[in-house]
Design a protein around this ligand. Structure first.
Ligand code: ADP
Length: 445
């Protein structure tokens, strides 16, 4: 077991990992940029090192600085959190070369799953359904048109290196496909240095359902059930819940088993999420694997009672998973609302600035994962998420009520946030009745 872990991240997830380290009796080493200097959550770590200037390219993405900090601090392992370097296989490899354990999969597994086209091929091999589409990358326009006409419009052009919705274009006919192929490739080349694209059938009104996986280095792979993350805006998740409210039990069983098969085929260990879209007839299709912990992991923790960050650390250090699939319950219902420093009235423009006052909610089954406090200034350089409000109740109906109360209790003064927006979504009959698809927010709110 490790004595010291460095956390290559900031904010809420850095605090989340610090807590897990304390619970395991491991010392934690934080890093910070000049913009985060003085943040109170850093005081909870055993040590903290400045890694550079505010911009993430000058700090949280500086592999050299982070490795130096780990070496100076004598950290045996690095937890990357999510975002920043979490899915950077080069960083993962540098950790390995520096004899520091990367708390995640091997660079090889990460590389394979990070390439969506390769991941699709692996899914086919694992007999996991993929969205109908091209067999591989589309290298010329003619071939693209041929595939699109076979599967039928509308189609989605996707970047094989894509992420965060970048390099994705919908096409409704031959003419728009020609443009979409070109635009998606150019955007992907600029953003990811890889212009490879492939085609998928555009699934109408899909739900986003993903399965949480834990795998150890001894070949044990289990799922921690599914999450529904259909409430999104421009591919950014806003609300996540577990269990998924609309999946029939047999589909739920199939989707969880498919995710486990996928991960077994990838020779993968540590935490992963296998993402699917589900059509209106409850057919599910694999879309991608996220080879890291995700923002929305707490809802799975609430229903299973399993601390995912602790398990990530334990399996990275070589321990066996302490439970079998049959021992993983799914109790009650959990919902998470992302609280962002954004102004919904101004098209969700980021709203950094000073938090003058904050009153967090509380009570049985209410969890607020956040690093902010009164007097904290939200820096303009990073993601605008400032906290995650999570509830856990015996039923979904109760969870929605509990979340509405908790959102009403949570008061943040000084900056605009998405709290009121979240209340409107939670109270909407479509949300209550499980009728939200991935484009619902854009159509209705
Ligand atoms: P990224 O990695 O860029 O986030 P994903 O492949 O995860 O891209 O897709 C992001 C979102 O786009 C999904 O959650 C879903 O809402 C939508 N999406 C992806 N593939 C399809 C598809 N074939 N049809 C319809 N919507 C899709």
């Amino acid at each position: 077991m490790y004595n010291r872990i460095l956390i290559a991240n900031r904010g809420e997830i850095a605090l989340r990992v610090i807590r897990a380290c304390k619970e395991l009796g491991i010392e934690s080493v934080a890093i910070f940029s000049e913009a985060d200097r003085g943040s109170k959550y850093l005081e909870l770590a055993d040590e903290a090192y400045c890694v550079g200037n505010p911009r993430s390219s000058d700090s949280y993405l500086r592999i050299d600085q982070i490795i130096s900090a780990a070496e100076i601090a004598d950290a045996e392992a690095i937890h990357p959190g999510y975002g920043f370097l979490a899915e950077n296989s080069h960083f993962n490899e540098v950790c390995r070369d520096s004899n520091i354990d990367f708390i995640g999969p091997t660079p090889e597994a990460m590389d394979m799953l990070g390439d969506k086209n390769k991941a699709r091929a692996l899914a086919r091999k694992a007999k996991v359904p993929v969205v109908p589409g091209s067999a591989g990358l589309i290298t010329d326009e003619k071939e693209g048109l041929k595939v699109a006409n076979e599967i039928g419009y509308p189609v989605l052009v996707k970047a094989t290196a894509g992420g965060g919705g970048k390099g994705m274009r919908v096409a409704t006919d031959d003419d728009s496909l020609k443009i979409a192929l070109d635009q998606a490739a150019t955007e992907a080349k600029a953003a990811f240095g890889n212009g490879g694209v492939y085609l998928e059938k555009f699934v109408e009104l899909p739900r986003h359902v993903e399965v949480q996986i834990l795998a150890d280095k001894h070949g044990n792979v289990v799922h921690l059930w599914e999450r529904d993350c259909s409430t999104q805006r421009r591919h950014q998740k806003l609300i996540e819940e577990s269990p998924a409210p609309t999946l029939p039990p047999n589909v739920r069983k199939d989707i969880c088993e498919a995710a486990v098969r996928m991960i077994k085929h990838a020779n993968y260990y540590n935490a992963a999420t296998v993402e699917f879209i589900v059509d209106k007839d409850n057919n599910f299709y694999f879309i991608e694997v996220n080879a890291r912990i995700q923002v929305e992991h707490p809802v799975s923790e609430m229903v299973t009672g399993i601390d995912l960050i602790q398990q990530q650390i334990l399996v990275a250090s070589g321990e066996k998973l302490p439970f079998t699939q049959d021992e993983i319950p799914c109790n009650g219902a959990s919902i998470e609302c992302r609280i962002n420093a954004e102004d919904p009235e101004r098209n969700f423009a980021p709203c950094p600035g000073l938090i003058e006052q904050i009153l967090p909610p509380g009570g049985l089954g209410v969890r607020f994962d956040s690093h902010v406090h009164a007097g904290y200034t939200v820096p303009p350089y990073y993601d605008s998420m400032i906290g995650k409000l999570i509830v856990h109740q015996p039923t979904r109906e109760q969870a929605i009520k509990c979340m509405l109360n908790a959102l009403a209790e949570l008061r943040i003064e000084g900056i605009q946030t998405t709290i009121d927006f979240q209340r409107q979504v939670l109270a909407h009959p479509d949300f209550v009745n499980g009728k939200v698809d991935t484009k619902w927010v854009e159509r209705n709110m």
